[in-house]
Design a protein around this ligand. Structure first.
Ligand SMILES: [Zn+2]
Length: 468
């Protein structure tokens, strides 16, 4: 019988976190609601272990572990401020929020964010301990802009940073990779691990030489980490708006896969923001949703499948639902969708990739560029844009000028398809555990691939940990 190995949860309290100043703000409860409807329509709920109601799995959310890690990540003063929200009036909270960048909260916001973090922590623990193969946390508020001492950009607690810290501290992983494909630079996440070689942060974000929010110089390709963390911060800035899946495929194959393969992370966290998707009212990009599951599919073999995806941005709610659908079904085991690859990536994307490799190659000797000495030789690219842009004088002009006929309802072109039984072999042990030398383990061709390989994988990991 099929064994549920993909974990899932959303935080039911999310409806109490809202923007009361701008009631039409797109970071609202419909982001979760539409996705949940979609999950039911495609019957993905049959194939996931749903931890949303802790009583189903006969256990409580691990708030004590969450609080322990929370204190490692966020400043005590900041946490105290958040805890005071529940006793404050909405007017007082609105005043407080004005001192932050792009933040709205309610008296319940800390409770909601705390619960979101606890779901992420619980799923991370299950994946790390081998009880789950992988997991998707459909939570809000998002987290990747949250800093140690302040909220930012709709984010309150940095879920991905909390889970990455948990993985390192509890020795679930020696090496963690965070892949952040939200359209915005996860500046909060970068800040936490900038000096830490144990957590490699890889962000793909719209940058436009600093003209896109959060307008930070440190989001550029040459900000590669500091101290022992040097080389472990990978920024891929997209410097022209209107990027498509051709750009994202270029980044996947020239950056994400080579770096992940060389790193060999024990766990991968995905800051799964879907605001790069076509039709997003904030991201203004032209990326089709089919690209995102390919990231998960390609990363799975690099980390023995141990992937935890956590929702970040995404503000066209129907588009988010389609993206969540596509990512979840790949995590369950379907092959990612086919799509047409009929254009070359834009020169500016190629240059960003080459520049990043040029800045990082000293630390990653096996990541190669088709330019010998990127970024210098990249200047020979025939439609070259300024590589060493003058970063001073970054303006805050809004640069989104894409024709918003793309602001469409993706549900029309992506009708729900009932999920099929897994067809891929993300856990093909002959392919994916070469370091454990398991080629001689006989594989019963009739055995359920997941149950069988899951047990092999657990045994191998026990054996491996036993050696250390
Ligand atoms: Zn975003």
């Amino acid at each position: 019988m099929f064994k549920h190995l993909t974990g899932f949860a959303y935080n039911p309290s999310h409806v109490f976190h809202k923007n009361t100043v701008n009631q039409n703000h797109p970071e609202n409860e419909n982001r979760i609601k539409l996705s949940l409807n979609r999950i039911r329509q495609i019957q993905a709920d049959k194939y996931v272990a749903d931890y949303t109601d802790p009583s189903v799995h006969n256990e409580q959310l691990d708030f004590s572990l969450t609080d322990y890690i929370l204190q490692e990540i966020h400043d005590d003063g900041y946490l105290q401020t958040l805890k005071k929200l529940e006793k404050m009036s909405q007017t007082e909270i609105d005043d407080l929020c004005r001192s932050f960048d792009s933040i709205a909260m309610t008296p319940e916001s800390f409770k909601v964010a705390h619960e979101a973090a606890a779901y992420c922590v619980t799923l991370t623990k299950k994946v790390a301990e081998g009880e789950l193969k992988n997991a998707f946390a459909l939570v809000r508020p998002p987290g990747h802009h949250a800093h140690d001492d302040c909220p930012q950009g709709f984010c309150v607690l940095n879920n991905v940073a909390i889970c990455s810290q948990l993985a390192i501290e509890k020795k679930y992983a020696k090496k963690v990779l965070i892949v952040d494909f939200d359209i915005h630079h996860g500046n909060g996440t970068q800040q936490f691990f900038y000096d830490d070689e144990r957590v490699t942060y890889l962000s793909i974000h719209r940058y436009e030489h600093g003209n896109f929010w959060p307008h930070k110089r440190y989001s550029d390709y040459d900000c590669i980490g500091r101290g022992t963390g040097r080389g472990h911060n990978i920024n891929i800035p997209i410097n022209e708006n209107g990027g498509t899946h051709h750009d994202y495929l270029c980044i996947l194959f020239t950056i994400v896969i080579p770096f992940a393969r060389e790193l060999q992370p024990d766990m991968v966290f995905i800051s799964a923001g879907f605001d790069a998707c076509i039709g997003d009212p904030i991201g203004y990009m032209d990326v089709i949703p089919e690209i995102f599951p390919h990231y998960i599919y390609q990363l799975a073999p690099m980390c023995n499948g141990k992937i935890v995806a956590i929702l970040e941005g995404g503000y066209n709610h129907s588009a988010v639902a389609v993206c969540v659908d596509m990512c979840l079904r790949v995590m369950i085991g379907e092959k990612p969708p086919y799509f047409k690859y009929n254009k070359v990536p834009r020169a500016s994307t190629v240059i960003s990739c080459m520049n990043a490799i040029g800045a990082l190659r000293e630390y990653w000797p096996y990541v190669n560029s088709f330019y010998d000495l990127a970024p210098y030789v990249a200047a020979g690219h025939q439609s070259v844009l300024p590589i060493f842009h003058d970063h001073f004088g970054i303006s805050t002009t809004h640069t989104g000028n894409i024709n918003q006929n793309n602001l469409r309802n993706l549900l029309n072109s992506h009708t729900p398809q009932i999920i099929k039984l897994p067809t891929t072999k993300l856990f093909n042990i002959n392919m994916e555990f070469p370091m454990f030398n398991v080629k001689n383990i006989p594989v019963d061709p009739h055995a359920n691939q997941y149950e069988d390989l899951f047990s092999v994988s657990s045994k191998l990991q026990l054996k491996n940990y036993g050696k250390n």
